[in-house]
Design a protein around this ligand. Structure first.
Ligand code: AMP
Length: 398
């Protein structure tokens, strides 16, 4: 069966067509600037590296999904002969709240619950819902499955997910820590035991998903016991444009002194902070290049990023009760071998050591020395495959 994986953002839509017989990617693509002048479409079909690319205004996600299906079935440069070959669609959905502890078939009932969670993450949940609705409209009768960014973290105990605020905010408003990047953390958590040569239930490790958005998770016996993002993806370590942890009183102080309202303030913390706020760019490569030329702010930003990450790793070593492994993944974790080495150098006093000969870009495996007290791994993540796997599992039971 082939599964179409959809990741719909506010003005973009990423897709992959995965053949579940061998879990190979048949085609993938990106639609950008949906609802904005100059919508851009690009699809690459794996076999023959065939590309369809064009710019044509698309008003909404339904038009974008129609364009995806037309491109997938294109006679010359498509990936499939007909839409019948697509067995189901799997959708990345930001928030499952406490309702969804696992992926779910989209039904009228589950859609109501997904919609009820919009207030917890309106910027992402609304487009995620639009993506599902678009598939329902363009491919009536085709099953849709929702895979939640938060679901894998639902095993966290109350001591990890409760904020120290009046309890009624939790009971009445569901204010608590949820965590995100769940498909990535789940994929990596499934891979790590293979490298350690142990059963999943015997492993304790820390996953560092370091991309533009970044989060850590503490895993014991295959389950999340803590993760660094909170009610929203703003909490945690320093990110590309997000501040990570901030004293909440900072908000009032800045707002009083600048006249910003809470929406502008949150927009600043989400989109203009992190690397972008402290230095010249949200992109690690730019920050590194500026630091290499002597830019003091870029150097400071890198030091903040490294130090905060080291502190979180220290904390999560406690959370798991002594880690077997620390794992790096996502854009920075997979590619920036020096940044990973810098982070681990701060753990040298604990006997954790990177082997420079093994610390290679994009290569999966153990990158620590044989005598390192905690193994260090680099594993490329895959955020689409868990969505396709869950979708297949759920639709196979229909
Ligand atoms: P992601 O969100 O997972 O796509 O990761 C994006 C981040 O990975 C950006 O900060 C990039 O600068 C960073 N990144 C990607 N490739 C490299 C590289 N070769 N060296 C350093 N950072 C990289």
């Amino acid at each position: 069966m082939k599964i179409l994986v959809i990741n719909a953002g506010s003005s973009s839509l990423k897709f992959q067509l995965i053949d579940m017989d061998d879990e190979s990617v048949k085609a993938k693509g990106l639609v950008e600037r949906i609802g904005i002048e100059g919508t851009h479409f690009k699809q690459t079909v794996t076999e023959g590296n065939k590309v369809i690319e064009f710019t044509r205004n698309m008003a909404d996600h339904t038009e974008a999904i129609s364009a995806v299906l037309a491109a997938l079935t294109d006679k010359e440069n498509g990936a499939i002969a007909s839409l019948d070959e697509i067995g189901a669609c799997g959708h990345r959905v930001l928030h499952g709240g406490e309702t969804f502890k696992a992926s779910a078939l989209v039904t009228d009932e589950s859609m109501k619950e997904i919609e009820a969670l919009v207030p917890l993450g309106p910027l992402h949940q609304r487009p995620n819902i639009a993506g599902i609705r678009a598939c329902q409209e363009v491919m009536p009768g085709k099953p849709n499955v929702a895979v939640f960014d938060t679901a894998f973290h639902q095993t966290m105990p109350p001591k990890a997910y409760l904020y120290g605020v009046p309890y009624e905010y939790y009971t009445n408003l569901k204010v608590r820590r949820y965590g995100f990047h769940g498909t990535s953390h789940r994929f990596i958590a499934g891979e790590v035991p293979k490298y350690l040569g142990k059963k999943p239930e015997d492993c304790k490790f820390i996953i560092c998903h370091l991309g533009n958005g970044s989060s850590l998770s503490a895993i014991v016996g295959g389950k999340v016991v803590d993760t660094s993002m909170g009610l929203t993806p703003l909490e945690g370590i320093l990110m590309g444009t997000r501040s990570g942890d901030v004293d909440p009183a900072v908000l009032e102080y800045i707002m009083d002194n600048t006249g910003m309202d809470i929406h502008e303030m949150l927009n600043t913390l989400n989109k203009k902070s992190g690397f972008a706020g402290l230095s010249c760019s949200s992109d690690m490569r730019d920050v590194k290049a500026a630091a290499a030329k002597g830019d003091a702010q870029a150097k400071a930003a890198l030091e903040v990023w490294t130090y905060r990450l080291q502190k979180y790793i220290g904390a999560y070593n406690v959370a798991v009760g002594g880690a077997d492994a620390i794992v790096f993944t996502a854009g920075i974790g997979e590619n920036d071998v020096d940044a990973c080495a810098d982070v681990i150098s701060g753990l040298g006093f604990m006997g954790v050591k990177i082997d420079p000969a093994k610390n290679k870009r994009g290569v999966a495996g153990i990158i620590s020395t044989d005598d390192s007290t905690i193994k260090v791994l680099r594993i490329p993540t895959n955020e689409e495959l868990p969505i396709a796997r869950d979708t297949l599992e759920i639709v196979s039971k229909l």
